[in-house]
Structures are given as C-alpha cells and as structure tokens.
Design a protein around this ligand. Structure first.
Ligand code: ASN
Length: 331
C-alpha cells in the first residue's frame, strides 16, 4: 500500500457548517475526514499535516514557498502528495508549485471543493477520494483533480463559481478521466529524467493589466513603477491592443521597456494561442520588446514570471525562458 501525505491549506473543503455559518475550522477538519470517509484507509496509508489554514484568496507567494519546502522536506518518505486548497486561487498555486518543484518523480495532486465537506451535497468527498487514488498512480506532475477530471496544474483555470465542474484546461487535454475506471492519458503525462529540484523563491514585482475599450494609458503611465519588474497585459484576441489616439498602448509599453520592465502579452480569450505577428498592434508591441505568452493560462504566466524573476537572469535569458516550456505550461 502506498504512503500518501495529505497537506491541508484551507479553503471551502475544510469548512464546517456550524450554527448556519461557514467557518474555517482547522481542528474539526481532521476529525470530520476520518469519521466521514473511513474507506480512505483502503486506498492508501494517509498521514495528514496542516501546513496553513487560509481562504485561498489570502494565499500568496510565501505560502507557495512553504508548500514547496514542505513537499521537498517529506519527499523521500511518501509515494505521493495531495494538497487540499481553496478553489479560488488553486490554479495559481498549482502553477507555482509546477515551477517551484521541478524534476518531480511523484504525484502532487491538488483538490478542493465547491461545498464544505460537512454539507450533505458536498463534492468534497468525491474530489478527495479521487485525488488520493490518483496520488497512488504514476503521475509525476503537479495536477488539479476536480469533478472526475485530472488537469495539468499549470494548464488549469477556475471556470465556475457555482458548478461542481469548476475547473478546465482550455489548451491541454485532461491527464485523466475518472469514471468506473481511472483512464490515464499516459502519453500526455510528463516523465522526469532528473531528480527533484526545489526552487521556492518567487518575486512579487509583477502586475497584471486587463485591457478594455477606452482604458486610458495615461492612468497607467502615472503609476509608481518602482518595485515593478514585469507587467502582464491581458490583451484582446491573439494579443491585440489599441494603437491609435488617446488609447494607444504602445507608449506605455515603451515606458515599461525603458525602465527594464518585462512586458508580457496574454489574451482575454482562453482558448488557443497569442500570436503577436498576426496583426499590426502585436507586431508593434513585439518591436518594442513585448513577449507573447503563447497558450499559457494567466495563472501560469503570472507564476512563471514570478519564478523567473527570482533568478538574476539577463534580459534576453528571461525572454528565452519565458518563451520555452519549463513544466509543460505552454505548447
Ligand atoms: N473561497 C474559497 C477558497 O478559495 C472557495 C472554495 O474553496 N470553493 O478558499
């Protein structure tokens, strides 16, 4: 029987409905789990560890670092890891872990739920049982298990607030589908030839700007640029932006570049890939040094920039690293 370490970080899956109120309750959680799902013991030998206990909106890069270190510290003693996490920022944490824990030879499966475990119609039980079962399989990746699907972590994104089918992986097929049997897409699962390398540092000098018609670049030009090392512009379509009159974004990109701030272009369309060569605005941005994010999710683009900025990379090396796949995050 495999040994699995279950890491608790908070989120709805850990909530307990008490007198009509949902509260994060770290102490009740372990007790509830053992009482309500005794059959977990038939799947694996499970040890539970509380790493922290947060609504996932309060999770930041320091929590990612703690998770990376916790997994690395216990790596030799377990066959797989399951991370219980709030759904709101799970895709960010999954992406961050994929960059912070490279060369994985064991599964790191993240899951959570839309409804607290103690609620009769909760999805927590199914997601947790599936995640633990998957952590016993040969899946040496950081992945998100939700509603009978397993997605590569750095390809996943939260799509729904109210649906049990809360996650999707718009530009990469699921790594597994869970029905009567578990169907692994073995041809898609990354195999590591190296050993684990834990890189828990992430820079927080990154900001995302979402374009919309009539967004005034003047507002952006007057912001405080100190402490900023990368700007991610969530542009339209294949990476397009206004380039005429009052709303021309190119002077803003030029200003960022003159301050050695990396400019990365992602898209508001989640399917398919940014291609800056397709239209004039993309080509102009590219000439100024903007980098296209390809088919990466926003979560992957943000965490990858934060990861790369933690190294003292030369300008061109940042671009080279950003444009290649480090952990299967882009095609
Ligand atoms: N607010 C919760 C969280 O992300 C949402 C959830 O887990 N379903 O922590």
């Amino acid at each position: 029987m495999k040994n699995i370490l279950l890491l608790q970080t908070g989120g709805t899956i850990a909530m307990h409905i008490d007198q009509g109120e949902s509260e994060l309750n770290p102490d009740r959680w372990g007790e509830l789990l053992c009482r309500e799902i005794p059959e977990l013991e038939d799947i694996a030998r499970i040890e539970i560890r509380k790493v922290f206990f947060e609504d996932s909106s309060d999770i930041n890069h320091t929590h990612w670092a703690t998770l990376c270190r916790t997994i690395a510290d216990h790596y030799e003693n377990y066959d797989g890891f399951v991370v219980l996490h709030g759904t709101d920022t799970m895709a960010y944490t999954a992406s961050a872990l994929s960059f912070g824990l490279q060369g994985l030879t064991k599964p790191v499966i993240m899951t959570g739920s839309q409804v607290p475990m103690s609620n009769i119609r909760s999805d927590a039980r199914r997601n947790l049982v599936n995640a633990i079962e998957l952590a016993t399989h040969p899946i040496p990746e950081v992945a998100v298990c939700f509603n009978d699907h397993l997605f590569r972590g750095n390809r996943s994104t939260k799509m729904s607030i109210g649906d049990f089918d809360a996650f999707a992986s718009p530009n990469f097929p699921p790594l597994a589908e869970i029905g009567i049997d578990i169907r692994l897409a073995s041809n898609l699962i990354r195999l590591s030839e190296s050993s684990l390398s834990c890189m828990p540092e992430f820079s927080d000098s990154v900001a995302v700007i979402k374009l919309h018609p009539s967004l005034k670049p003047d507002l952006l030009m007057s912001m405080d640029f100190s402490g900023l090392r990368a700007v991610i512009i969530e542009a339209f379509g294949s990476g397009n932006m206004p380039i005429k009159g009052l709303y021309n974004m190119l002077p803003f990109i030029e200003l960022c570049r003159s301050k050695n701030i990396h400019v990365i272009i992602t898209s508001q369309a989640s399917h398919d890939s940014v291609d800056l060569s397709l239209y004039r605005s993309g080509r102009e941005a590219q000439k100024l040094g903007a980098i296209g994010a390809g088919d990466m999710t926003m979560e992957a683009a943000v965490t990858k920039s934060m990861h790369l900025l933690s190294f003292a990379l030369a300008e061109n090396d940042f671009k080279l690293q950003f444009e290649r796949s480090i952990a299967g995050e882009r095609s």
